[in-house]
Design a protein around this ligand. Structure first.
Ligand code: ADP
Length: 364
């Protein structure tokens, strides 16, 4: 449905986007993730026609809409965009805003289409209000209804929830997931929040400094990140320095971390020699407390299946309350580990923690 080939954009010497190629299927939802400045908005601007590529091409349903030296005007592209700041006209009523692109229809037809859209977004009750008389979430719905009015082939969303408060953002996440499913539209949704991306993406595109870092099904970002950088983005917040010693028959590496041994799954099948330094990345949700030095008398530590789990010993450095759980920093000597636990621990407590071998990711 959408084809990008070798798409590049430079601002002076700065690379905003470099050599991006990808194809989107009809009805697919692609979320574009990455930190500020990685090229997310540039990608949307090139597709919507707000800016022109320096190299490469963009095709929708086989038709060229942009390439170096050619650009179809935005209004002639089958593409609409929902902006972060809603971009609603302050002096127009909701009904007029939603019907703005429908001047080619007769009045009764326009009214019918606008009513359908107001119902779809559950904002019919606000049809005669001005944007200033609506909450952020309601304004965002108006912006989505306007973008849908002309039935574009492709919908673009530029961080649409980032101006909303945390609770409303969570609510809108559910609503958008539901809406995307009902609409069956092809969508590109830009966000810097991986959890927002998870909520409705079929595939994720991770950009870093204008370059494609990872593209794949949503779960691949969290289960098989291609680099420590992507792993960190996906919430793997412990990065331990280790030394690869040898591989076993299953292809798992025995790795030395702060004087302790781990079994590690390498993320890329690169040729690794013994004594190679590597990074081990762990997600806090994979780590559990196995036993503690101040364990009440008589309480035995849980049995550990060493074929399935790794363990590490360390001392609690810091314990922060996070609301219904605590985040611990564990000092392993030369390195630190972060985990989330259901009860508080006093700094200085010695802990043994465990985590599945399958979730112990190694990067050379
Ligand atoms: P993101 O949306 O991921 O925050 P952008 O696509 O806005 O990133 O920007 C990508 C890079 O291009 C950044 O380094 C940014 O500073 C640069 N850039 C974007 N727009 C312009 C512009 N109009 N002029 C100069 N540099 C720009």
């Amino acid at each position: 449905m959408l084809q990008l080939e070798g798409l590049s954009k430079y601002y002076g010497k700065a690379v905003a986007l470099r050599d991006l190629s990808l194809e989107l299927e009809e009805g697919e939802v692609l979320c574009v993730l990455g930190p500020s400045g990685c090229g997310k908005s540039t990608l949307l601007k090139l597709i919507s026609g707000l800016d022109n590529p320096d190299a490469g091409s963009i095709r929708v349903n086989g038709n060229l809409i942009a390439s170096a030296g050619f650009s179809l005007p935005p209004e002639r592209r089958p593409v609409n965009m929902v902006f972060q700041d809603y971009a609603l006209w302050p002096h127009m009523k909701v009904r007029t805003i939603v019907g703005y692109g429908l001047n080619h229809l007769s009045r009764p037809e326009r009214r019918k289409r606008v009513d359908e859209l107001l119902d779809l977004l559950q904002i019919r009750a606000y049809a005669d209000r001005l944007p200033g008389q609506l909450s952020g979430g309601q304004q965002q719905r108006v912006a989505i209804a306007r973008a849908l009015a002309t039935d574009p082939d492709l919908l673009l969303f530029d961080e649409p929830l980032s101006n909303l408060d945390v609770q409303l953002r969570l609510e809108m996440r559910h609503e958008l997931a539901d809406l995307f499913q009902r609409l069956d539209k092809t969508v590109i949704y830009v966000t810097h929040d991986p959890l927002e991306a998870c909520a409705f993406a079929d595939r994720l595109l991770v950009l870093r400094n204008g370059l494609l870092e990872q593209l794949g099904p949503t779960r691949s970002l969290f289960e098989t990140p291609v680099s420590p950088w992507v792993a960190a983005l996906a919430g793997y917040d412990s990065r331990l320095s280790g030394e690869a010693l040898e591989a076993d028959q299953e292809g798992l590496w025995r790795v030395l971390v702060s004087g302790q041994f781990l079994r590690v799954k390498l993320q890329k099948s690169v040729h690794v020699r013994s004594n190679t330094p590597l990074s081990v990345m762990l997600h806090p949700s994979a780590i559990e407390v196995q036993s503690r030095s101040d364990r009440p008398v008589g309480e035995a530590p849980a049995a550990l299946d060493t074929a399935q789990h790794n363990e590490l010993m360390g001392k609690v450095l810091q314990c922060i309350y996070e609301g219904r759980s605590w985040r611990l920093r564990l000092d392993l000597g030369q390195t630190r580990l972060s985990l989330v636990v259901p009860e508080p621990y006093t700094p200085g407590t010695e802990l043994t923690v465990r985590f599945p071998v399958q979730d112990t990711l190694g990067f050379v």
